[in-house]
Design a protein around this ligand. Structure first.
Ligand SMILES: Nc1ncnc2c1ncn2[C@@H]1O[C@H](COP(=O)(O)OP(=O)(O)OP(=O)(O)O)[C@@H](O)[C@H]1O
Ligand SMILES: [Mg+2]
Length: 240
């Protein structure tokens, strides 16, 4: 479904400093309906990797093949003057649907996303977790086979994050999309993904690919989850 072959990416450096290599020879194959999590230290090129997958950037060398993908960016980009339903259906409006049809497509989802009763609320009237759900619904309603999620829960407190992880896990089981999930949180990666890709510090290289063969729903306390989390942390440590 998604195929990256020895992808490298560099940005022009500042003044005398040479080019900044951000990703180095990253290869990755993702199957249809698979959820892959990408973990790695800050600045190792995770967002760059997602933008390459979504076609928002081109690699300097190597190749990227990916069907149409919808990106949920790292910063939630809800428009402050739009209601929940209009923010959620924005991608449909951009695709040319009129407002009435776009709203009609989004409305049935709001209840399932814990947003029932907040159809007309503006983003400032929503909690952080709710805003993330609106942003995620927008990404889902874009209707692309691939979802590229950039740290969807990074800004949330631990309790809300745990709730959102359980919730996302259930939604993804029902949706059968191909998902690339970038996260700082190794436990989150193990709870949600079929495979975890561990990147080194910049320039990001693949340190390990860890299959997560644990039945869902997964519990943090499950010894298999704990062991895989430790394995991913060890792999991260080996690149430091
Ligand atoms: N358009 C750009 N021009 C120049 N440098 C860039 C550009 N985009 C990213 N970089 C640099 O590339 C490196 C990787 O950035 P990227 O945003 O991909 O990292 P990241 O792994 O997502 O980090 P974080 O975990 O903090 O979100 C950083 O050093 C960043 O400064
Ligand atoms: Mg990032």
């Amino acid at each position: 479904m998604i195929s990256l072959e020895r992808v490298s990416r560099a940005f022009a450096g500042r003044r005398s400093a040479g080019p900044l290599t951000v990703l180095s020879e990253v290869s990755l194959q993702v199957r249809a309906a698979e959820t892959i999590a990408v973990v790695g230290p800050s600045g190792c090129g995770k967002t760059t990797l997602l933008e390459l997958i979504c076609g928002l950037q081109q690699p300097d060398s190597g190749s990227v093949r990916c069907p149409p993908a919808a990106l949920m960016p790292q910063r939630d980009l809800l428009l402050p003057w739009l209601s929940t339903v209009d923010n959620a259906s924005l991608a449909l409006r951009v695709q040319g649907l009129d407002r009435r049809r776009a709203r009609a497509a989004a409305l049935p989802w709001l209840e399932r996303f814990g947003l029932g009763g907040f159809e007309r609320a503006r983003p400032h009237e929503l909690s952080g977790g709710m805003r993330q759900r609106v942003a995620f619904l927008r990404t889902l309603l874009a209707g692309k086979p691939v979802l590229a999620l950039d740290e969807p829960f990074a800004s949330l407190d631990a309790i809300t994050r745990a709730q959102m992880q359980g919730w996302l896990s259930r939604i993804l089981e029902q949706e059968q999309r191909t998902v690339v999930l970038v996260t700082h949180d190794v436990e989150e990666a193990v709870l949600l993904a079929d495979r975890v890709l561990v990147l080194s510090p910049r320039p990001g290289r693949v340190l390990a690919t860890i299959p997560i063969a644990v039945a869902r729903p997964r519990l943090r306390s499950d010894p298999a989850v704990v062991a895989l989390r430790a394995q991913a942390l060890d792999a991260l440590g080996s690149g430091a």
